[in-house]
Design a protein around this ligand. Structure first.
Ligand SMILES: [Zn+2]
Length: 443
């Protein structure tokens, strides 16, 4: 095994599960290991305490006149349950079929380590880096980065940079380098619909008072028209239209045909907003999704009850230039307005995050594209992502710079799930990518 793979394996062996307080010591041990590794490369490191898990910073010696590049990553991981579904223990990494298997192998330790080892290789080969480098690694990404924004605000001056690079996103298919330039935002809410003061006999009272479960079903149904377009007033007002080049580029992105989507999802048919391709629906159009719905008897057999209350949970994925708070207000108005007679509707706001977009054809964007091409041997596809990484927009607002999303995660890498894996090829490509990126950015 190469020294680089050994380093990655050592990093992967820490069960740095940020959400589980039983693993707080492991998260810290992982941060300490990282500090040691970065020190051994000759970088200056800082370990910053937060109310929960530490933030690790490392820099080379900065020189005036050089561009400053911040590379963000996270060393915490998701829990491993259900552990019996893993083919090999999640924290005992191994290589099978050209892939590294283990929790964190892709998200995000493998991708992050590729940047670290790229820097190490470059320092060995050339003695110094062509840019001023700042590594920013947090241990709380998987729990929503609660302490990163305050940290960024507090250390805004020290973190001043010209560009940010992040490898925590996807590659559309094996061997297809991918640069992300947009992310969807999100806003969530929950409704509680109340009727009678307690559950009622559906024979004794059914038909003379409203049923909250029926009311929830009506409210859920009111969110879309029959074609899948969202029926909330003003919902699309701020949606930025797709550019012609985006539609042309996305039409050619592999893995996004209707057949591909049916194959991945197992759904019997494609469904979505008319006049948009699957890629466009996922990357440039907003959604209204029911994440949970409930009320009344859910046990075995039948129980003739008229439930006193019912609930549903919603999330809305947002695109530029929608504002989460504006959409949350429009959703609330819609739900209250469409509340059926005979019930009360309470809307409880949940978490939110803004959408993100940058120009992939900017100078830095071009450097990212060239670096991907050099590392993987072909021109990258430019995509946006359907998911949300609110911290990218936060960094844009606080530090005033854009992030290049140079993702190495493949569709079958099983992040957050059992049997997470990372292609050795992508790990090695990621190391080449880091070196090419720093060189290109310096030009
Ligand atoms: Zn993750």
């Amino acid at each position: 095994m190469t020294k680089q793979l050994e380093d990655l394996f050592a990093f992967l062996r820490f069960p740095s599960i940020s959400t589980d307080s039983n693993h707080a010591g492991d998260v810290r041990a992982c941060a300490n290991w990282l500090i040691e590794k970065l020190n051994s490369m000759g970088l200056n490191t800082e370990l910053h305490e937060t109310p929960k898990h530490p933030i690790v910073i490392a820099r080379n010696e900065h020189h005036a006149g050089k561009k400053t590049c911040l590379i963000y990553g996270h060393y915490d991981v998701q829990p491993v349950d259900p552990v019996e579904l893993w083919d090999s223990p999640p924290f005992e990494p191994e290589i099978r079929d050209g892939r590294i298997w283990g929790r964190g192998s892709t998200d995000n330790k493998g991708q992050m380590m590729a940047h670290v080892l790229g820097v190490e290789e470059m320092l060995k080969e050339e003695g110094e880096l062509p840019v001023n480098l700042i590594f920013l690694f947090e241990g709380e990404e998987e729990i929503g980065s609660p302490n990163l924004v305050p940290f960024l605000e507090k250390h805004k001056e020290a973190l001043k940079c010209d560009v940010i690079a992040v490898s925590d996103t996807g590659m559309v298919a094996e061997g297809v380098p991918t640069m992300g330039y947009g992310l969807r935002g999100i806003t969530c809410c929950e409704i509680t619909v109340k009727g009678p003061k307690g559950d009622l006999h559906s024979g004794v009272y059914g038909g003379c008072v409203a049923n909250p479960a029926t009311a929830v079903a009506k409210l859920v149904a009111s969110l879309h028209d029959d074609n899948g377009k969202i029926a909330i007033e003003g919902f699309y007002d701020d949606v930025r239209p797709l550019e012609v080049w985006e539609r042309e580029m996305w039409a050619k992105v592999p893995g996004m045909t209707e057949a591909d989507i049916l194959n991945i999802t197992g759904s019997p048919a494609i469904f979505g907003e008319p006049d948009y391709s699957s890629a466009e629906r996922l990357w440039a159009r907003p959604t209204a999704e029911v994440n949970g719905i409930g009320g009344g008897y859910q046990g075995e057999g039948s129980k003739t009850v008229l439930p006193a209350e019912a609930m549903a949970k919603f999330s809305f994925r947002l695109v530029p230039d929608q504002d989460p708070q504006d959409i949350a207000a429009k959703v609330k108005t819609h739900l209250e307005k469409h509340a059926p007679a005979g019930v009360t509707v309470e809307v409880h706001a949940g978490h939110d995050g803004k959408p993100y977009i940058c120009d992939p054809h900017s100078e830095n964007g071009k450097a990212g594209q060239v670096a991907l091409e050099q590392a993987f041997g072909k021109a990258p596809v430019l995509i946006r992502e359907g998911g949300s990484i609110p911290i990218i927009q936060d960094m844009k607002e606080i530090l005033g710079v854009e992030s290049l999303m140079l993702g190495l995660a493949l569709p079958n890498c099983q992040i957050h799930a059992p049997n997470e894996n990372f292609y050795v090829e992508n790990f090695e490509g990621g190391i080449r990518l880091n070196k090419a990126l720093l060189k290109e950015l310096a030009k």
